[in-house]
Design a protein around this ligand. Structure first.
Ligand SMILES: NC(=O)C1=CN([C@@H]2O[C@H](COP(=O)(O)OP(=O)(O)OC[C@H]3O[C@@H](n4cnc5c(N)ncnc54)[C@H](OP(=O)(O)O)[C@@H]3O)[C@@H](O)[C@H]2O)C=CC1
Ligand SMILES: O=C1CO[C@H](CO)[C@@H](O)[C@@H]1O
Length: 320
């Protein structure tokens, strides 16, 4: 089991055309951890950036930590390896450092013919969303009859076959994680639980739970995301602490996670932000700063994924 570099570049919403350049910038700025997902439909462009820098000699594959995620339509055991190989093919890699179950919920899989044709990458990329979010007449997601414990067995097989070095989960609540950790015959523990986390959703309980079980936590949306009317960067407490340290608000939000031993994956396609977001190892927040930031918590969840609320494994019906 390997360690995850503390700061990674995430690629959600990084549109094809922009993300390759962002990855190249990031490698030059010192990033070694990249967070991807099949669902983001830009693995091919992330892979192009990585390959370019390896070819240039700026970095070696073994210095990088590349993570991607299994989408919910591929939870059936027989689909997990196909999905993983599809991501590897898009990224043009022969192994992943980390493969995550993106959500604990399985969705109705696409038609078998479609899955087969996914080896045709161009087809797959031109038909992204409809098949990813199968909806019923009320526009709610159609579940599969899968159980994430079975999906996990297929994830473990990927470690055995060498396609992935580590496996983990994302968006699991503490009961789901506990159930996974207590699974009879568990071969590999999840390396991390990737969850939404920022000062308005501090996740104190879930982080203590994960860390007490030796499962690391990775914070997504650490800057509060790019939309939905929430502006953490403008929060007066964050602004004040930033001024006091001569740092930017984003750097405070990132450093806050690092000091809680939480891995953090800010998203950016802007070169100056990419550089800024990794320059967070030359200062330290005081305990008073940390307490002030923690006191901003309002349990405000941005990624609620409302079309999945009726799913048996919807993770956010319980407090943490
Ligand atoms: N596992 C899961 O289910 C989920 C995972 N994620 C992951 O987490 C990642 C991060 O989440 P995301 O929603 O992008 O949210 P973030 O909190 O990382 O915010 C990204 C936004 O902040 C802006 N930004 C980045 N750096 C700075 C800076 N230094 N100063 C000012 N603005 C800045 C970016 O704009 P710009 O590009 O111009 O810098 C972008 O608009 C995703 O990319 C994804 O990989 C997200 C949601 C769910
Ligand atoms: O990774 C992701 C990006 O954000 C989406 C919308 O909240 C999520 O559904 C998805 O899991």
């Amino acid at each position: 089991m390997g360690d995850i570099p503390a700061v990674g570049l995430s690629s959600w919403k990084a549109s094809p055309g922009k993300v390759t350049e962002a990855v190249k910038e990031a490698i030059d700025a010192g990033y070694r951890h990249f967070d991807c997902a099949y669902f983001y439909h830009n693995e091919r462009e992330v892979g192009a950036g990585i390959r370019c820098k390896i070819k240039e000699g700026a970095v070696r594959r073994e210095d990088l930590f590349i993570a991607t995620k299994l989408w919910c339509t591929c939870h059936k055991k027989s689909l997990v390896e196909t999905a993983c190989r599809r991501s590897l093919k898009a990224l043009k890699l022969n192994y992943l450092d980390l493969y995550l179950i993106h959500w604990p919920m399985g969705f109705k899989p696409p038609h078998p013919e479609w899955i087969m044709s996914c080896s045709e990458l161009s087809f797959c990329l031109s038909h992204p969303r409809v098949q990813d979010l199968p909806l019923d007449e009320s526009n709610m997601v159609i579940p599969s009859d899968t159980d994430f414990l079975d999906t996990w067995e297929a994830m473990e097989d990927l470690v055995i076959t060498g396609l992935v070095k580590n496996i983990g989960v994302s968006n699991f609540n503490h009961e789901q994680l506990e159930r996974l950790l207590n699974k009879p015959g568990l071969r590999f523990k999840p390396l991390t639980n990737q969850i939404e986390c920022h000062p308005y959703l501090t996740q104190k309980n879930l982080i203590s739970f994960c860390q007490s079980r030796d499962v690391s936590v990775t914070a997504y949306r650490p800057l509060g995301g790019s939309c939905e009317g929430v502006d953490l960067i403008d929060d007066p407490v964050i602004q004040r602490i930033a001024k006091e340290h001569g740092k930017s608000p984003a750097q405070i939000l990132i450093r806050f996670q690092i000091q809680r031993n939480v891995i953090v994956i800010p998203g950016s396609i802007t070169p100056s932000h990419i550089k800024e977001n990794i320059q967070v190892f030359d200062f330290e927040l005081t305990q008073h700063d940390m307490d002030n930031i923690l006191s901003l918590n309002r349990n405000l969840r941005l990624a609620t994924f409302p079309i999945t609320k009726n799913h048996k494994d919807y993770p956010f019906h319980i407090e943490y």
